[in-house]
Design a binder for this molecule. Sequence first.
Ligand code: LLP
Length: 415
Amino acid sequence: MNGAFEYRDGLLFCEQVDLTEVAARAGTPCYVYSAGALRRAFGVFEEGLAGLPHLVCFAVKANGNLAVLRLLAEAGAGFDIVSGGELFRVLRAGADPAKIVFSGVGKTREEIEAALQAGIHSFNCESEAELMLLSSLAQHLGKTARAAIRVNPDVDAATHPYISTGLKRHKFGIDIAEAEQLYVRAAELPGLALEGASCHIGSQLLDVAPLIEAAERMGALVERLRARGIALRFLDLGGGLGVPYRKDDPWPDVPRYLAAVRELAERLQVELLLEPGRFIAGPAGTLLSRVLYRKTGGGKEFLIVDASMTELIRPALYEAHHEMLPLRQPGRGRLVADIVGPVCESSDFLAEEREIENLLPGDYLAVMTAGAYGFVMASNYNARPRPCEVLVEGGRWRVVRQRESHEDLVRGEEV
Ligand code: LLP
């Protein structure tokens, strides 16, 4: 389904570009994204939903690079944002404001005002207090805010606890049992067009059954509301589709998922919104790194590389698995090693006890499936400049975000 990264004569390529050349010229650590893979993954949704009134809103939190956002906007994507900063980014990238949805449990007054001024598609509201604030700000600005209530459908997403969001005990959304009453109360609020319902039950789901279960519960809610005279016009089912991080992981059954949600939207006669992030950007990106040192200790072998938890925090934070591929297959056999970065934390590892090609200092490796929740979660801990980002398109590549400099690190500070 992806196919952007493959070996040719022992060299790892992204599309028609030799990644060793990128690593040598752009330096490491460095994120590389495939334009073709981004477009193909986005196209999966467009094809599956063709003919249905729909909007595929890329979740900007997964990858906010301006060039990536521009490419997706040109392909017809809308955007799911969660902050004023993400609103600024998508507008800067040239997004159509009418295709932006604003999610998030803690929107500030300033963020809501900026989104109202921009004229976004809708707000996914997560509390009664937020609906009331939205109503008063919209009235004040002489606007009508389109809104959905983010409902918590109480479905177990069966994913890592840190990225599961759809159970009653989570901070997200309004309990589905209480949502109906809130719709009735909020329908009276001035300045609001409460026309939608939204949900998002969690991320990295390889089984689509919980996503379909949540969609059905949302559909039933739409029908109950209709029976009470509240007619919703759109249903936003969030993101959540997973990707295979391990080479033996399955892809989620996306055709089955899209067929199910399409059938639901047709039956309810609503516009369908989706908010995929990882599925579009994850497999389209890789993080290039260089081996700095090898050492053994405590009976273990360590490969110390120049990428760390500051570039990719997923292994440290979620014990996430990312495949590691050498940029050249040196044919020196294999070894089992911990692949660790330079940061002063024991949790600074990219992989533990991993069987990998026998790499030596100076060799490059690619941390795969790093296009989503990679650069966006990068930090400057240990005063490490954030890495550069490269976009590959066919046989060409360009730096779409420069590596940070030491001056960047102290910008705005005073002695
Ligand atoms: N919509 C909402 C309201 C969300 O909260 C999220 C993700 C998405 C859409 C996109 O979900 P996706 O299609 O990417 O699964 N940092 C974590 C992932 C956190 C996801 C948070 N919400 C990770 O690295 O795995």
